[in-house]
Design a protein around this ligand. Structure first.
Ligand code: PAF
Length: 282
């Protein structure tokens, strides 16, 4: 396994692949790897001649210091997991200074309004942070393809927009959400859930599945009300938002129209831990 901490070292490691016009797959992560990440890495390994996985907890995309400080850090276990996939993966795990040499600040992006919907409303500046770190990483790694999970569906759309804005040639590939048997979408934050929260959290996906079932016969307002009721008296989970949005521009809707694709999006707090999920409705 090759683990690089310095920007110049990972640049040197990918240089021969770039010169030989080999395909480079890239899986950016913040560590605390789980099977969802491993699915992305497996796909990247299948589709590319070399794979880079970054493990970097990006400070500019966190909204609270508490969330940043409490984000799980499991580097040794992460490297062991990656080693099981392939010993040829290049792991890039830089210090903050390598990525942000002077200021730890974000660039400001206009993602065509995508950044103001859902997560954008509740996590101001979050997508600027994501865009900034990915711009840096895409410039360093120069990947052919980069892989993202659909759990962060809004992030995936924003990354596609980012590469348009920055005129980068990397192909952005979205991969299906990987779930626990209970239906809970895998997330690094799940590692922080206590037993009670773990027991309660499958309600999130169960609710989405029911919404999908009811979508043909109920109005958006009825569905929103129904979802609100599911969480209203729940002592462990607190609903932050539930939205039905157009898949194309992620704008929330109050009414359905024919021939338009919709998705449902949800964010829920289990104590301090924020969980998100989404589902295609039609
Ligand atoms: O999805 C994540 O883990 C992060 O937002 C990403 C894409 C690695 C950027 O820091």
């Amino acid at each position: 396994m090759y683990v690089y901490k310095k920007r110049r070292d990972i640049v040197a490691a990918v240089a021969p692949y770039l010169e030989a016009q080999r395909t480079i797959g890239f899986v950016p992560t913040m560590g605390a790897l789980h099977q969802g990440h491993i699915e992305l890495v497996n796909r990247a390994v299948k589709e590319n001649e070399v794979v880079v996985v970054s493990i970097f907890i990006n400070p500019t995309q966190f909204n609270t210091t508490e969330d940043l400080v409490n984000y799980p850090r499991t580097l040794d276990a992460d490297i062991m997991l990656l080693q099981e996939v392939s010993t040829h993966i290049l792991v890039f795990t830089p210090d903050v200074k390598e990525v942000y040499p002077s200021d730890i600040t974000s660039l400001h992006y206009d993602f065509g309004g995508l950044e103001h919907e859902m997560e954008g409303k509740f996590r101001p500046g979050h997508f600027d942070g994501v865009g900034t770190v990915l711009k840096h990483f895409f410039e360093i790694v120069k990947p052919t393809r980069a892989y993202f999970g659909e759990k962060d569906f809004q992030q995936l759309q924003i990354v596609k927009k980012l590469v348009d804005i920055e005129k980068m040639s990397v192909q952005i590939i979205g991969c299906p959400i990987f779930r626990e048997e209970s239906g809970l979408a895998l997330s690094s934050r799940n590692k922080r859930l206590n037993n009670e929260q773990l027991k309660a959290s499958p309600l999130i996906y169960k609710t989405l599945v029911q919404v999908k079932k009811k979508f043909g016969t109920k109005s958006v307002i009825e569905l929103k009300h129904w979802v609100f009721e599911q969480f209203e008296h729940n002592a462990t989970l607190e609903l932050e938002y539930f939205e039905i949005a157009k898949t194309s521009d992620l704008k929330s809707v109050e009414q359905k129209k024919e021939n338009i694709k919709y998705r449902a999006f949800i964010a829920v707090f289990a104590g301090e831990i924020r969980l998100i999920d989404n589902i295609a409705l039609n």
